[in-house]
Design a protein around this ligand. Structure first.
Ligand code: ADP
Ligand code: MG
Ligand code: MG
Length: 627
């Protein structure tokens, strides 16, 4: 999470009056950054990962688990090496940086410093991730563990929190989770409440239930308190928000409380960042499918394997007019997506870009676009920013309304950091030496650090291959969207096909192209074809490695990471989601009714923790790479 400023947060009724102010100054701040940093050149590759963890409390005697809401006590200990370093109390740079996240049971860890461009850096990734897990564990009570599951299987079921609270909070008004589950920093309860206020109803999340042999059909969830009468929005479930045959969720925590694995790359210059943004965009859904690790929600097996749509719906602040369900009266735009969604347009002016790839009707603020164009921002970048700025700022701190637009980027970041898309284009902070960066945001966190390192290193190497071979992954952006939906499906990696480009090299000879009716052809392919076919990601990465000077030992380590991804794609190894689903279905206490009980949850979370610590090695998930 970016912005964590302090102050008095405004209720939506007041905040909306300042939306124009934030938009206007946000654009001025962007222009200041752009003008001072656009010519920045020769930045070196720096990159880093972000891993989020759940804090889970185990009771091994009773064989039960609870989500621990103690993240803030733990974070205080975890951040001490960093604060000591910053305050000059020690010369030792911290090994890891720790940040709070949306859930009061979540912590986020990143390496102490970004990694550089060498292969030695790549070898440090897994070790640093393991160290982080150890540091996290050391800062916790002995019965607490840092678990890198995407979501806690029984989040939103009764009595799953420590300490225990009733779901009676006015910020989220959820039937299932209390406000105490939210990060107490004013930003987060305000964000939660203002999303509901702006939307005019609670958020509405429905994920299809996995129908097992004994699951009732239709499935009408008996655990929903249908008749509760505590808050204005309590009737929504009964009035149609909760769909039959679905797992219904009604709060931001169900989405923003999920853990993911993100990567940020610094490019050498703005143009390279824009190129990487475009080339990685079609990769995001593929990696969501390969990293899928979340088949359980609110105590039920779902018929999806991945979290993205849950988060998307969990922060969807669009009122009915913006959703296109009512004619526009008070809203300015009909907007096709949530703020948390896939990107809507490409960004690069590279020669390989063609206008036909942008086949989604882009909604953008015309006035902002014009302002940007008048200030010499090119069309694509102007549209990108004007598209982000169709959203309203949700959290405004009264004391921070008036800032120096040359020194601050708060208003720009207010919108930038609440447009949670599959890719993020990150301009440098004002007056800093940091370069233009892109963030790869679609992947699900993995249970073990071997897997987290494998996915991270794989994407780093893919970016190197993209840049060094000038690869071209462009397909129409609507097809990237279609892939994102496909990626959610149960066992998508094995059973589904994804749109991908047939020819990824630009410098194909004339005769090659003459033979083809369309050099930009794309088609539906299996994940195995995209990753392992010719020229799939895996062979491309190996050719890149072959073109470099790399010692045998390093090459072996990197090959094990690449192999994990390759074998997930071919189906030789399972995805985390498939593994977890099977774990539930094979559990002796499972009644084939889709219910993931506390007993099953204890064993499952325990297993995830054992896998992370290397105490248990499921070959079907991890292969024989790391023992
Ligand atoms: P976010 O805004 O996405 O939450 P964070 O600050 O949490 O971003 O994490 C960003 C990641 O980027 C971290 O892994 C960090 O190591 C890495 N990083 C930091 N500085 C740079 C840089 N100049 N270039 C690339 N990556 C960086
Ligand atoms: Mg972060
Ligand atoms: Mg991030």
């Amino acid at each position: 999470m970016g912005l964590l400023s302090l102050g008095t947060p405004l209720h939506w009724n007041e905040a909306k009056e300042y939306a124009d102010h934030v938009h206007k100054h946000g654009i001025l701040q962007f222009l200041n950054i752009y003008n001072s940093q656009k010519d920045q050149k020769k930045q070196r590759l720096l990159w880093g990962d972000e891993i989020e963890y759940l804090v889970v409390k185990f009771n091994d005697k009773e064989k039960s688990t609870k989500l621990s809401l103690r993240a803030f006590d733990i974070l205080e200990k975890l951040t001490k090496p960093e604060t000591d370093y910053v305050e000059g109390l020690t010369d030792k740079a911290p090994d890891a940086l720790w940040r709070p996240e949306y859930g009061r049971y979540m912590i986020e860890g990143t390496p102490g410093q970004p990694y550089g461009s060498t292969f030695r850096d790549l070898i440090q990734v897994e070790a640093n991730m393991k160290l982080r897990r150890k540091l996290a564990h050391d800062a916790m009570d002995p019965d607490e563990h840092a678990v890198s599951l995407v979501n806690y299987p029984r989040l939103g079921c009764p009595h799953e929190l420590y300490p225990d609270y009733e779901p009676k909070g006015s910020a989220c008004q959820s039937l299932f989770v209390p406000d105490e589950i939210i990060n107490p920093h004013a930003r987060f309860p305000t964000l939660t409440a203002n999303i509901r206020r702006r939307r005019g109803s609670k958020v509405k999340i429905n994920m299809p239930i996995f129908h097992d042999n004994n699951t009732p059909k239709p499935f009408i969830d008996p655990t929903i308190p249908w008749d509760r009468d505590l808050f204005k929005h309590d009737k929504e479930a009964k009035e149609g928000a909760a769909l039959p045959d679905h797992i219904y969720m009604d709060a931001m925590a169900f989405g923003m409380g999920c853990c993911c694995l993100q990567l940020t790359f610094q490019a050498c210059c703005i143009d390279e960042a824009r190129r990487l943004y475009d080339q990685l965009a079609p990769v995001t859904p593929l990696m969501l499918a390969l990293s899928a690790n979340s088949p359980i929600y609110r105590g039920y097996l779902a018929d999806v394997d991945a979290r993205w749509n849950v988060i998307s719906a969990s922060v969807d602040d669009r009122p009915p007019e913006e959703r296109g369900e009512e004619p526009l009266k008070n809203s300015r735009f009909v907007i096709n997506k949530s703020r948390y969604d896939s990107i809507d347009s490409y960004l690069s002016n590279d020669a390989t870009y063609k206008a036909k790839y942008d086949d989604i009707d882009l909604v953008y603020d015309k006035d902002i676009y014009n302002t940007l164009r008048e200030n010499d921002i090119d069309e694509k970048l102007a549209k990108h920013i004007a598209h982000l700025f169709i959203r309203d700022p949700l959290v405004i701190f009264k004391e921070l309304l008036d800032v120096d637009d040359k020194l601050s980027s708060d208003h720009f970041e207010n919108l930038q950091s609440t447009n949670w898309q599959t890719m993020r284009f990150k301009p440098p902070p004002p007056n800093s030496s940091i370069g233009w960066r892109v963030e790869f945001r679609s992947m699900e966190v993995q249970m073990s650090d071997f897997e987290n390192a494998a996915f991270s290193v794989f994407i780093v190497l893919l970016t190197r291959a993209i840049l060094s071979f000038g690869l071209n992954f462009y397909i129409p952006i609507s097809k990237v969207d279609a892939n994102l939906q496909t990626a959610h499906k149960r066992d998508a990696v094995l059973n589904e096909k994804f749109y991908f480009r047939k020819h990824v090299f630009n410098n194909r000879s004339k005769t090659d192209t003459e033979k083809e009716e369309d050099e930009d052809a794309y088609e539906l392919m299996t994940m195995d074809e995209i990753e392992n076919g010719f020229p799939g990601f895996v062979p491309l990465i190996h050719s890149y490695l072959n073109s470099t000077n790399i010692d045998i030992e390093t090459r072996c380590k990197l090959s094990s990471y690449i192999s994990l991804i390759s074998k997930r794609a071919s189906g030789e190894l399972m995805t985390g989601a498939a593994y977890l689903r099977k774990f539930v279905q094979n559990h002796p206490a499972y009644k084939q009714d889709s219910v993931v009980s506390s007993e099953i949850t204890y064993d499952l979370v325990k297993r995830a923790d054992q896998i992370a610590k290397g105490e248990y090695h499921p070959v079907e998930l991890l292969g024989n790479f790391s023992a």
